[in-house]
Design a protein around this ligand. Structure first.
Ligand SMILES: *Cc1c(COP(=O)(O)O)cnc(C)c1O
Length: 460
């Protein structure tokens, strides 16, 4: 086998990316068409790689949701900047197993540098440790594992050695509007999803700090408090500084889930939303969201490096760690063992954008979100339900669940842009999330037009 097949991919990628601004965002193929193009018995004999890749492209291209398009506003999905994409290709070309320094020296040092840049960008304490993980889910998991280690150790219990069953009670306090990955991380950690103590949220989805005080004071056992920077629907922020102060007085650990919201810290205009964030104990965020690197790329930060490495570290007879941790052995900071060298795209994207470029990416996304909100709210029968503090807009049509869902369906069918729905305070809503470097004012205006046309056709 030779590598000529890469030329096939390069030519296709050039065309795909060049046509992206005009491409219909919604896929043209459904499950049945994809299946009929892809299925068949596993071949007995080898095939020409060029033919395999050409056919893979032909079969899959119609089934690609154009999430890297500037007119994609679903979930919270960032694009991919060209340098990040290029570095991601390098990552696969080098195919490093970035678990140990000896196995991938360049990957280790690139992570070390990019990790320090991120700590500086977010304004976190200098001693903060970090792990490059697959996403916000695993970042939350990693941070909460460090929290569990730290608090139980303080209570005289070695959870890594002795497990949880006979150990002291560990409380977990969460906001009513936490992300589902917090509950899932707690499940993975044996802390249980239904044993959490829930603090009320206000009408924007922000944790109520006064209610936190009441919950914390109700018992004495050590507690992890899970705060949120950036509600996945409204984009709202828990009052993080106040939460840190309240928690500190009771010795609690504060974890901040800032999957996209922590990036507000990189902007002069939005930094105030995370005021006090540096006083927390751990932070989870994503690079595949607002930094616009390809999947998968999440980041876990911890103000207690000993707890972080005690929770994650691993040793085995055949592994070669650097002496005294002289160099960065990534597997001591991640739940993974063998792993992708996902530092390369992060490094390349940060270096190419610079501080100013990252700030601009965040601020432009937010101003696009406001443009959406202003244009939609001025149309009859359309209501914006949230304070648009960041990049998220939640919209309701004719104050009716069925009408709102019908508008979302029509917008998706039309394909000018793509977005999805949610439920906000018991009501069906459309969610608009802007987090792509490629989104332009024209993209927003064309998308508003498509949404309002869908709304008119549903209103009949
Ligand atoms: C997206 C998101 C997550 C999960 O992150 P993944 O990268 O999808 O694993 C967690 N919390 C919040 C607030 C999010 O927006």
């Amino acid at each position: 086998m030779d590598h000529d097949v890469l030329e096939e991919v390069f030519a296709y990628a050039r065309t795909f990316l060049a046509e992206l601004p005009e491409r219909r965002v919604t896929p043209s193929a459904g499950a049945e068409e994809l299946r009929s193009a892809l299925r068949g018995a596993l071949p007995n004999e080898p095939s020409d790689p060029r033919k395999v890749i050409a056919e893979l492209i032909a079969a899959c291209d119609p089934g690609v949701l154009a999430t890297t398009s500037g007119r994609f506003f679903g979930f919270v999905i960032g694009g991919a900047t060209p340098p990040a994409l290029a570095a991601d290709w390098l990552t696969s070309t080098w195919d490093q197993n970035a678990g140990l320094f000896v196995a991938a020296p360049a990957a280790s040092v690139v992570e070390e540098v990019a990790g320090r840049w991120l700590i500086d960008l977010f304004g976190l304490p200098e001693k903060t440790s970090f792990g490059f993980v697959t996403g916000g889910q695993m970042a939350n998991f990693t941070c909460l594992a460090a929290a569990r280690q730290h608090l139980l150790k303080k209570a005289g219990w070695d959870v890594e050695a002795d497990g949880l069953q006979a150990g002291p009670l560990l409380r977990v306090v969460v906001g009513e509007e936490r992300h589902a990955t917090i509950d899932r991380a707690l499940r993975f950690l044996g802390l249980g999803a239904s044993t959490v103590e829930v603090v009320q949220a206000d009408e924007q989805g922000r944790m109520r700090a006064d209610d936190l005080l009441r919950v914390l004071e109700s018992r004495d056992e050590p507690a992890i408090v899970c705060a949120q920077a950036g509600n996945v629907n409204s984009g709202s922020f828990d009052p993080i500084g106040e939460i840190c102060d309240t928690a500190r007085s009771s010795g609690a650990w504060v974890h901040v889930d800032g999957a996209f919201g922590l990036w507000a810290a990189a902007s002069a205009e939005y930094r105030h939303l995370v005021d006090g964030v540096e006083r927390a104990d751990s932070w989870a965020t994503d690079a595949h969201k607002w930094l616009n690197v390809p999947y998968d790329s999440g980041l876990a930060f911890c103000a207690h490096p000993e707890a972080h490495s005690a929770a994650m570290g691993v040793h085995a007879s055949y592994l070669i760690h650097t002496e005294e941790g002289a160099e960065r052995d990534e597997m001591d900071w991640n739940p993974e063992f063998s792993r992708r060298a996902r530092g390369f795209p992060v490094y390349a994207s940060m270096r190419a954008l610079g501080r100013a470029g990252i700030m601009d990416l965040v601020e432009r996304s937010c101003s696009h979100a406001r443009r959406f909100a202003d244009a939609l709210a001025s149309a009859p029968g359309v209501e914006v339900l949230n304070e648009v503090v960041l990049n998220q807009v939640i919209v309701r049509f004719q104050d009716d669940d069925a009408a709102t869902r019908a508008v979302i369906r029509r917008v998706q069918e039309d394909g000018t842009c793509w977005l999805s729905g949610s439920v906000w305070r018991g009501k069906a809503v459309m969610r608009i999330s802007v987090s792509n470097w490629a989104t332009s004012t024209e993209d927003v205006d064309a998308s508003v037009k498509a949404i309002l046309a869908a709304a008119r056709s549903v209103a009949g």
